[in-house]
Design a protein around this ligand. Structure first.
Ligand code: B12
Length: 446
């Protein structure tokens, strides 16, 4: 049973030292009760209190890690039902299925297609996260061969999908070092699957045939001593799966119902109908899958999912920003034009892309506006003549050029007089949209 904020408060040192980031111990206790803070943040809490608070201070949804090294995937640790309440912590991992009854060539081609699903969006690289090897043949030997082949051909962590304990044991012998997710412990095999997960120290998915059975099974598996879990209610029809995923998240966060305090996995795979698969996977990314499994490696299916995931998992309190510094596009010399913009990623990459398209080497300088756009920053006083003049001086652009001109966005023409006065530059007002930069350069720069 979850503790209230006041019950937690009684156990805290009551120093109001603020070192946890909260203004008072009471505020910290309230955050702990809501699952929005970790007891570790308090440097003065006693061991006795730690023990007493135990479960109450554990995160409401466990953090689970799959894979190792650079491509290790973290899921779970979520603290809110709605992104705008704070943020979603770990983007849904996208897994693509490979089947062990495919030929060696087909497996190699599919893994190759998966490896190529890498997209550059406004300066960030986005890709899928996992390859799910499915024991569709029912044959342990074929499963092991497929696992070996996939493992040798991709850097992504694996999900091993088989209900056959023997096949899973053999696959883990070759793949355990890469810390794959074992899918799945069910009512029929959970004791042996849990033993395997414990033996190889790998995360384990627990699959029920409905929410009630899932809760019971999770309790049985944790009683056997394994808690690195991912949970699956077993629903495959989209409305039921959405309902279950929502119940799981609500129960875990609102009632601290421990059996549901793990990230969930959802299956949208539908090889017959890739469009439906993309739509269903989109539903699960929105609410509330830690992992979504699909069958298609077609970029037309995967890119929309990656874009949706980016939209949902972007921290609403933190605009995506680039570093405020001098960017050199196309090897500019001292006579190259200098474009002044903001450090909102979308703004910077629009400008940088259009400057590149003009084929005129140039300097682009995003001013640090806390990651907001030109007009938003101007209206908020973060793109003022004073701020721009100071940043230009600090960045030392004068040392790189043999002229005295800077180009500002057409939207903020109003800045030009004061900026010229404060910075000493000749301020040229550019077009309003960066798409006008190539023709602007042709007409106004030579
Ligand atoms: Co606002 N906001 N906003 N806003 N916002 C708008 C900018 C606008 C125009 C809405 C309106 O009233 N019509 C007003 C500004 C009015 C004005 O002064 N003219 C406005 C206002 C007033 C505000 C607030 C002050 C409201 C308030 O609190 N009272 C706050 C300020 C925030 C703060 O920090 N206090 C505010 C807040 C926001 C949020 C919700 C936070 C988001 C900001 C998200 C972000 O920027 N990261 C927000 C948005 C999204 C917008 C909105 C809808 C879109 C802005 C945007 O992202 N544009 C606009 C309305 C609109 O523009 N339709 C209002 C896309 C980017 C890529 O455009 O930066 O201008 P851009 O870059 C383009 C050009 O300027 C040009 O090329 C780019 C591509 O074409 N360009 C160039 C850029 N750099 C350069 C450089 C050179 C050299 C050249 C030639 C061209």
């Amino acid at each position: 049973m979850a503790l209230t904020g006041l019950e937690i408060y009684k156990q805290l040192p009551k120093k109001n030292c603020k070192e946890c980031g909260q203004p008072t111990c009471l505020a910290f206790a309230m955050q702990l009760a809501a699952g929005k803070a970790s007891l570790e943040a308090c440097p003065y809490v006693s061991d006795a209190a730690k023990e007493f608070l135990g479960a109450a201070s554990a995160p409401p949804i466990a953090l689970v890690k799959i894979g190792t090294g650079e491509k290790e995937l973290s899921i779970g640790n979520e603290t809110v039902l709605f992104r705008h309440d704070k943020r979603f912590e770990h983007p849904t991992g996208i897994a693509i299925e490979v089947y062990d009854d495919m030929s060696a060539e087909e497996i190699a081609a599919k893994v190759d297609a998966i490896n190529k699903l890498v997209f550059d969006r406004v300066g960030q690289i986005h890709e899928v996260d996992l390859v799910a090897v499915v024991n569709r043949s029912g044959d342990a030997g074929k499963f092991v061969e497929a696992v070996k082949a996939v493992q040798g051909a991709t850097k992504y962590p694996l999900i091993l999908i088989s209900s056959d304990v023997n096949a899973m044991g053999q696959a883990l012998e070759v793949a355990a070092a890469g810390k794959p997710l074992v899918y799945a412990a069910t009512a029929e095999n959970y004791e042996a699957m849990t033993e395997l997960a414990k033996k190889y120290q790998v995360p384990l998915a627990v699959k029920g045939s409905n929410l009630n059975e899932l809760a019971e099974l999770v309790e049985k598996v944790t009683a056997l001593g394994w808690k690195e879990l991912v949970i699956d209610s077993g629903a495959r029809e989209v409305a039921q799966a959405l309902g279950d995923l929502t119940q799981i998240r609500r129960k875990a966060l609102k009632e601290k119902f421990r059996p549901f305090g793990y990230p969930a996995i959802a299956f949208a795979s539908n090889p017959e109908n890739p469009l439906q698969e993309a739509i269903d996977a989109g539903v699960y990314i929105a609410k509330y899958a830690g992992i979504v499994v699909i069958s298609s490696a077609d970029p037309a299916v995967v890119l929309p999912l990656i874009t949706l995931r980016l939209n949902i998992y972007t921290d609403p309190q933190k605009p995506i920003a680039v570093e405020a510094k001098i960017y050199e596009i196309g090897n500019p010399g001292p006579d190259a034009p200098v474009f002044i913009t903001t450090n909102f990623s979308l703004t910077y990459f629009c400008v940088a892309g259009d400057v590149e398209a003009s084929r005129v080497p140039a300097y682009v300088i995003p001013i640090d506006t806390d990651g907001i756009s030109v007009l938003t920053a101007w209206a908020a006083g973060k793109y003022s003549p004073e701020k721009i003049a100071e940043d230009l001086k600090n960045l030392g652009i004068k040392d790189k050029i043999n002229h005295n001109k800077i180009i500002i966005p057409g939207h903020v023409a109003v800045l030009s007089g004061k900026l010229a006065e404060l910075s000493g530059f000749e301020v040229i007002v550019g077009p309003r949209e960066s798409s006008g930069i190539p023709s602007f350069l042709k007409q106004r720069w030579n």
